[in-house]
Design a protein around this ligand. Structure first.
Ligand code: A2P
Length: 269
């Protein structure tokens, strides 16, 4: 049938498998998310990224994408920007259910629980598509066992950039694994910089003036004894937030040596 024909249209590459697009959701003209089939052999830790891509002019073109679905999910979900002349995203934004897509075989990354020391509050701070790894982590039961409170802050330019807002505002209600725990432990704090919105400003400003901590118990500032932070955004965002944390005594963690915060750059085409 037609989809088999399309599936065979991506040349075989040893380090990649060919999966199939299951669903696509366009949030606005700059942002979309999609789900693909997950091969039984693919293992990953919530928060990791993997290479995905298409054949562009006959050659595989791949980029790193954070997996937005949790480690236990049957499908893989991704969040992407649409760059009009972006080599990959200009093509990727046109995918439809049934289309073939390349998937790398070795997910990896530092936004995983293993890079963080134990703590009480977990801050998941992301801008733009930097939300993706936190969608994965926020639906992982282990996060709720390790931390008492989880705050997900999504910083965006416009209200329509707040992908998955309904699900997050509803505290992941109805999630089969974390729904009950999330209701008690999960908080969502979106912030918008270039349109009217109840919370406006950059994430760093919210941290400085205390608004970042308004929905949490405990101090209205970062505390390296009890707080753990994951950062995923633009280079400037990551740099500024990491500097702020280092000034407050936070040490960056890695897979080899866990620390107080972890960092990963969001995908940009
Ligand atoms: P702003 O609108 O003030 O630039 P982008 O789409 O450029 O990746 O930005 C996503 C969000 O991240 C925007 O709200 C943007 O705010 C914000 N942002 C950009 N740079 C920083 C930074 N260095 N620290 C905190 N937030 C930032």
């Amino acid at each position: 049938n037609n989809s088999d024909l399309q599936l065979s249209s991506l040349p075989e590459i040893a380090s990649l498998s060919v999966q199939r697009v299951l669903s696509v959701r366009h949030w606005n003209e700059h942002l979309f998310s999609f789900t693909i089939t997950r091969p039984a052999s693919l293992r990953f830790r919530s928060g990791e990224f993997v290479m995905i891509g298409l054949a562009v002019e006959g050659r595989p073109l791949l980029r790193a994408y954070s997996i937005a679905s949790p480690a236990w999910a049957e499908e893989l979900e991704f969040l992407s920007i649409k760059v009009p002349d972006g080599p990959l995203t200009s093509q990727l934004q046109a995918i439809a259910p049934g289309d073939p897509i390349y998937l790398g075989k070795k997910p990896t990354g530092t936004l995983v629980l293993d890079t963080l020391l134990p703590g009480r509050r977990l801050f998941l701070l992301g801008t733009g598509t930097g939300l993706a790894p936190f969608l994965s982590l926020a639906r992982d039961p282990e996060v709720y066992d390790r931390f008492g409170q989880i705050l997900l802050t999504h910083g965006v330019r416009r209200v329509s950039d707040l992908a998955f807002r309904d699900m997050l505002e509803g505290a992941l209600a109805g999630d089969p694994l974390v729904g009950d725990q999330a209701l008690l432990q999960f908080r969502y704090q979106p912030t918008v910089t270039r349109e009217e919105f109840p919370t406006r400003g950059r994430i760093g400003d919210l941290a400085r003036d205390g608004r970042l901590f308004a929905k949490l118990a405990g101090p209205a500032q970062f505390c390296s004894e009890t707080d753990r932070v994951m950062l995923c955004g633009s280079m400037a965002f990551n740099r500024d937030m990491a500097n702020m944390l280092r000034e407050q005594g936070f040490a960056e963690g890695s897979n080899a040596q866990p620390g107080h915060f972890a960092i990963e750059r969001a995908f940009v085409d």
